[in-house]
Design a protein around this ligand. Structure first.
Ligand SMILES: NC(=O)c1ccc[n+]([C@@H]2O[C@H](COP(=O)([O-])OP(=O)(O)OC[C@H]3O[C@@H](n4cnc5c(N)ncnc54)[C@H](OP(=O)(O)O)[C@@H]3O)[C@@H](O)[C@H]2O)c1
Length: 264
C-alpha cells in the first residue's frame, strides 16, 4: 500500500513550480490532493497530469490573500472529505521593485499578504480539522531568505519569509499535544516561474544548475510520509552549485590576486 492512501492533502500554489511538483509527488504516494492557486487554468493542468498517472485531484481556485476565500476552500474540503491530513502551505510571490528605494505600500502589502498572511490563514483554517483527528502535518515553504535576510530577495520578502519560519515553530509549540506537526522548508534557488520576477534576469544555464521543483516536491513528500511520532521542524535545501557561495569564492580569489599584485 502507498504511504498516503486515505489521506487528504491541500496544496497551495499547485499550478506551477514547487507546489505543482509537491502535488504530483503526494498524489503518487496515494493522497487525494486539493489544488489551490488564483488561476484555474494551471491548476486544471496539474490535476490532469495527476489523473493521467492514476491519482486523485480536485481543483479549488482562490486568492489566499483573502481570508474569506481561504475559509470557503477549507469548509469545502471539510464538507467533501471531513478531514485535511496535510497542508502544503506553499503559495507565495515576489515583486520586481523590491529595494528600499523602490518599495511602495502596495508592494509591501502584496508581498506580506501573499507570503505571510495567506500562510497564517491557511494554517488557521486546517488546524481545527487536524485537532479533531489528533493528527496532521503542515509543511510551509519559506526560503533561505527566511533564515538570512537577502537584498536579492528584497526586504519585504525576507521579512515575510522570516515570519513563516516563526509561524511554523509556534505551531509545534502549541499543537504538539494534539498530534500535529509543522515543518518549515527553506529552499535556496529553485528553477521555477517565480524567478521571472528577478530584477537581474537569470539565464537558462543558471537555472539548470539550480534545485528543480521536483527536488523540493520530493522533500515535501518525504516529510508528509514521516511516522506520527516524529517531526522535522525545519529543513534547508539548496543547489550544490550555490551561486551565493560561488560569488563569495570568486570575490575572495579576486581580492587575493589584487593584494598580490599590489605587493609586487
Ligand atoms: N523558486 C525559488 O527559488 C524559491 C526559493 C525559496 C522559496 N520559494 C518559495 O516557494 C514557493 C513556491 O514558489 P515557486 O518557486 O514554485 O514559484 P511559482 O511557480 O511562482 O509558484 C507560486 C505559486 O503560488 C500561487 N500563488 C501566488 N500567490 C497566490 C495567492 N495569493 N493565492 C493563491 N495562490 C497564489 C501562484 O499561482 P497563481 O499566480 O495562479 O495564484 C503560483 O502557482 C513560494 O512560497 C516561494 O516564495 C521559492
Amino acid at each position: 500500500m502507498l504511504k498516503l492512501t486515505g489521506k487528504v492533502a491541500w496544496v497551495t500554489g499547485a499550478g506551477s513550480g514547487i507546489g505543482q511538483a509537491a502535488a504530483i509527488a503526494l498524489a503518487k504516494e496515494g493522497a487525494v490532493v486539493v489544488l489551490t492557486g488564483r488561476r484555474k487554468g494551471p491548476l486544471d493542468e496539474t490535476a490532469a497530469a495527476i489523473r493521467k498517472a492514476g491519482g486523485k485531484a480536485i481543483v479549488r481556485a482562490g486568492d489566499l490573500m483573502k481570508a474569506a476565500a481561504v475559509s470557503r476552500i477549507a469548509q469545502a474540503i471539510d464538507k467533501q472529505f471531513g478531514r485535511c491530513d496535510i497542508l502544503v502551505n506553499n503559495a507565495g510571490l515576489n515583486i520586481l521593485d523590491r529595494t528600499w528605494r523602490q518599495l511602495t505600500p502596495a508592494g509591501v502589502e502584496q508581498v506580506i499578504d501573499g507570503n505571510l498572511s495567506s500562510a497564517f490563514y491557511c494554517s488557521s483554517a486546517v488546524l481545527p480539522m487536524m485537532r479533531r483527528r489528533k493528527d496532521g502535518v503542515l509543511i510551509h515553504t519559506s526560503s533561505m531568505a527566511g533564515r538570512s535576510p537577502s537584498t536579492l530577495s528584497g526586504a519585504a520578502y525576507s521579512a515575510a519569509k522570516h515570519g513563516v519560519v516563526a509561524m511554523s515553530h509556534t505551531i509545534n509549540m502549541e499543537e504538539c499535544v494534539n498530534g500535529i506537526r509543522s515543518c518549515v522548508v527553506c529552499p535556496g534557488e529553485v528553477a521555477t516561474p517565480i524567478l521571472d520576477k528577478r530584477p537581474i534576469p537569470i539565464t537558462k544555464e543558471e537555472r539548470a544548475r539550480m534545485a528543480q521543483s521536483e527536488d523540493v516536491g520530493d522533500l515535501i513528500r518525504y516529510v508528509a510520509c514521516l511516522p506520527p511520532h516524529i517531526v522535522i521542524n525545519e529543513v534547508m535545501i539548496n543547489p550544490t552549485w550555490n551561486r551565493g557561495y560561488v560569488a563569495a569564492l570568486r570575490r575572495a580569489t579576486q581580492e587575493k590576486q589584487a593584494k598580490a599584485k599590489a605587493r609586487k
